[in-house]
Structures are given as structure tokens and as C-alpha cells.
Design a protein around this ligand. Structure first.
Ligand code: PAF
Length: 280
């Protein structure tokens, strides 16, 4: 596995792959790799000649300095996992290397960023677009893989690709869940053992609401989920919204064939977790 720490090393490796007409699958990550990432790596490995990953805790997508500071970092283990997953090249740059004193761009995503994560974390998606667009320009992958837990991020990246008129295919991959239902996340490492035992309730509550979807109106599903979280003092629900799966706008009344996804952010033990449930 080629470990590239500079843009020069990365573009050199990419040029060699391109000269051999190889297809490239990219998995951008912020490290602290877990089984969820592994499922993306396996897919990228299988569907492309070359699999490239990036490991970079991107400072410009954090609107909370404490969150950035506490974000878990484990480079040695990350590189080991990537090697085991058959990664051809990994980009592990410093923030100075990525931004090189240049001004950070401001990206706009209209109504897609005015709800949920975009609303709660101002500037977050512009920060995500800053790093992902750079990675796409340097690596020019055929496909890029993202987990569906970050449902809004995928919609934003699809919009970014269309703004860039880039041919990269965005591949949305199913959430990897631990055996107790908790969605895999780097942030799970920060949960105390007691909070880790509580955390699967998030998926449990969403599943219970899904099972009743045909008997309840959308506002009743929303109230049900909010009420269930209220029962547990350890949880503080930041938002739960039922949104159109393409526009991400909250839906009150479902139209025929409309795709609807429930998205939430919840605090547990000082850790902010997100999860989703597709209803239709
Ligand atoms: O989903 C993430 O881990 C990050 O937002 C990404 C896409 C790697 C950009 O930093």
C-alpha cells in the first residue's frame, strides 16, 4: 500500500494508475476506522481495479472546536485495516498540505442544507465539500463510496458533483450495524460502557416506529419517536424529522410513491449520534 502524505505523492500514484487505464474507487474517511468503513472498503475493492482511501480529520467541517479536538484518531490501526482490506494507496495529509494557506471556499446547497445537520451545524457541509471536491480533483475517481448513515451528506455530495459537472459516480452504501443494532460510528468509541449499553435503543425506537408506519400518520410517527426518547433521561433528542428522500424537506402528508426517511440526531453521554430509518 502506497502511503501518500503530500498532494504530489498522491497525484503521482494516481497518474500511474490512470496511465494503465485502471478504474479507481475512492473512500474518503476521517479515520478512526471501524466495521462500517470496512464494508465501504470491501465494496470499493470489489468494484474497481484500484482502491484508494483518504484519512483526514478535516478541520473546516467542524463548527465546534471541542468536537474537533475530541474526534478519535488512530492512524496506526487505520493503516493496518486499510492494508488488510487491499487498499492500493492511502492519502494521509496534514491540514497545511490540504489547504496550503489558501482561502477555504464557500459552497451553497440551497434547501438541502437548511434542515437537520446543515441547520444544526452551520458551515459543516461547505467544509465537507471543500475536502471532497479537492479529493475528486486530485484523484479523479470513477466511483466514490459513502455510508447512508450520513444521509444528508450523500444528497449534498451528489449536488456538489452536479455543481462541479464531475463524472464521479456517488455510491450510497447501507449502514453497517453492530449485532445489537447500533449504527457503526467513530463517535461510538467515546461512549462510556453504560452509555454503550443504552445506545442500541436508538435503532430499537426507530424500528418500533417503522413497524407501525401503516397504522400511523406521519405526525403520529414523529410524536411516537419523540415520546419514546422522552422516556429515557440519558437521551436528549436534538431533532427527528421525516423527510423526502431526495429534497430532504420535511413531509407532513405523503404523496403516492414518495420516498420518506426519518433522520435524527441525539445526545447520549455528551456524544452526538445520528441515525436514519427508511419508512417508504
Ligand atoms: O463522512 C465523513 O467521514 C466525512 O464527512 C468525509 C466525507 C470523509 C469528509 O471529511
Amino acid at each position: 500500500m502506497n502511503i501518500c502524505r503530500t498532494i504530489n505523492q498522491l497525484t503521482q500514484a494516481v497518474n500511474e494508475f490512470k496511465q494503465q487505464n485502471k478504474t479507481i474507487g475512492l473512500v474518503p474517511t476521517m479515520g478512526a476506522l471501524h466495521e462500517g468503513h470496512k464494508s465501504l472498503f470491501e465494496r470499493a475493492r470489489k468494484e474497481n481495479d484500484i482502491f484508494i482511501a483518504s484519512v483526514f480529520v478535516n478541520p473546516v467541517q467542524f463548527n465546534n472546536p471541542e468536537d474537533l479536538e475530541k474526534y478519535p484518531r488512530s492512524e496506526e490501526q487505520d493503516l493496518q485495516m486499510l492494508e488488510t482490506c487491499g487498499c492500493d494507496a492511502v492519502f494521509v495529509p496534514s491540514a497545511e498540505e490540504v489547504y496550503q494557506g489558501q482561502e477555504v471556499e464557500t459552497w451553497h446547497f440551497g434547501q438541502l442544507e437548511q434542515v437537520m445537520e446543515g441547520k444544526q451545524r452551520p458551515g459543516h457541509f461547505s467544509g465537507v465539500a471543500n475536502i471532497v471536491s479537492r479529493l475528486f480533483k486530485w484523484i479523479m475517481p470513477d466511483r466514490a463510496y459513502f455510508g447512508e448513515k450520513d444521509f444528508q451528506q450523500i444528497a449534498i455530495i451528489r449536488d456538489m458533483v452536479s455543481q462541479m459537472q464531475s463524472p464521479v459516480e456517488i455510491v450510497a452504501c447501507p449502514i453497517y450495524r453492530e449485532s445489537d443494532g447500533l449504527a457503526a460510528s467513530s463517535r461510538n468509541r467515546r461512549l462510556s460502557p453504560q452509555a454503550r449499553l443504552m445506545a442500541p435503543k436508538i435503532h430499537y425506537i426507530l424500528t418500533k416506529s417503522f413497524e407501525q408506519k401503516d397504522a400511523l400518520s406521519l405526525s403520529q410517527i414523529k410524536s411516537f419517536v419523540e415520546h419514546e426518547f422522552d422516556k429515557y433521561k440519558d437521551f436528549e433528542l436534538e431533532y427527528f424529522l421525516l423527510v423526502d428522500d431526495k429534497t430532504l424537506q420535511p413531509v407532513r402528508q405523503r404523496s403516492v410513491n414518495q420516498g420518506i426517511v426519518g433522520c435524527l440526531a441525539v445526545w447520549l453521554d455528551g456524544v452526538r449520534l445520528i441515525d436514519i430509518q427508511r419508512y417508504w
